[in-house]
Unconditional design. Structure first.
Length: 323
């Protein structure tokens, strides 16, 4: 088993190869990828979007409460329905999350909150193995814009995640608290009420890139399908996933709501190959969203209890190992 990462390269150069096993040696891998971000990309995006950033206003703290659903009605008006394929997959609520040389995907679910995978923000030991510690929030950049260049970058002030899931598996979900609220981006609705069901049609979306595609990085709606199995905190389906898609949303094709987070997948060098893919159920982790919302509203994270994980009664996917 190997971790399927792409080699370091300038942001403007197409990916030529990726260190993945061939199809006959299909692997379970976290769908995150290594990146290199040049100074020009930061300069262009920063100059283009300074006027679009809001201010973070302190509010009176109050205890976190688990919402019945995370529809963002307190901040933005939810659309009455999904009007088109474009509104489902191609809006700027789906973002790229860059932590040093590792790149993942994520979803804006509140003007100051981004949903991603827990393993995308886990620190590594000297041998490259995941640890229970998080990277420093200051090391994380969230890039907005689905084309080849981001039109905005924003920093992170806090990471809210359960105590498990730091290397994928149960609890592979985290919510990033941005250092300031976003303006001009409609957050995605997250379905926290009602579990996913077998047969439900789901489409993953992310910024990953497979080794056989010689184009620059951009947001892509991946071939998805119907849910095959539902477990206590995860679900599975056959989907096409590339390195860098980790943390991206699994969208209900009928409503556009987020029902899961891309965690781990069988993958090869082709963006069209479907493999068994694990998604973290968002409805199983309503407490994470409640705690993240409390932090935005002014509660000191040090005053909040840890998000403990109950013992799972389902098996984790095979563990991916670094080369």
């Amino acid at each position: 088993m190997v971790l399927c990462d792409s080699p370091r390269r300038p942001w403007w150069r197409p990916l030529q190869s990726v260190r993945c096993a061939p199809r006959q040696n299909t692997i379970w891998a976290r769908a995150s990828r290594r990146v290199s971000v040049g100074p020009t990309r930061h300069l262009l995006s920063s100059l283009a979007v300074l006027a679009l950033m809001g201010c973070n206003v302190a509010q009176r703290p109050r205890p976190p409460q688990e919402p019945a659903s995370f529809q963002m009605d307190d901040w933005v008006e939810s659309p009455p329905g999904v009007a088109s394929h474009m509104s489902l997959y191609d809006d700027d609520s789906i973002v790229r999350v860059v932590t040093g040389s590792l790149a993942c995907s994520g979803t804006v679910v509140h003007p100051q909150l981004v949903l991603t995978a827990h393993h995308c923000v886990s620190a590594r030991d000297p041998r490259g193995r995941f640890t229970r510690e998080h990277v420093e929030p200051s090391e994380i950049q969230v890039e907005l814009g689905g084309d080849f260049l981001p039109w905005m970058e924003v920093g992170v002030s806090q990471i809210v995640a359960p105590t498990c899931g730091y290397s994928a598996g149960v609890g592979d979900l985290a919510v990033l608290v941005l250092d300031r609220p976003l303006k001009g981006v409609r957050p995605r609705s997250v379905r926290l009420e009602g579990q996913p069901r077998a047969g439900q049609s789901v489409r993953p979306v992310g910024f990953g890139q497979c080794g056989s595609v010689d184009i620059a990085i951009r947001r892509e709606a991946r071939p998805g399908g119907r849910i095959l199995a539902v477990r206590d905190s995860r679900f599975q389906l056959d989907a096409s996933i590339c390195p860098g898609d980790s943390g991206g949303p699994a969208l209900d094709e009928s409503t556009g709501e987020v029902v899961g987070v891309i965690s781990a997948s069988e993958m090869d060098r082709s963006p069209n190959t479907r493999g068994r893919t694990e998604f973290t159920r968002v409805d199983s982790w309503a407490s994470v969203f409640a705690m993240a919302r409390a932090v935005v509203e002014g509660v000191d994270p040090e005053e909040l209890p840890p998000l403990e994980c109950e013992a799972p009664d389902d098996e984790a996917p095979p563990a991916a190992q670094d080369e």
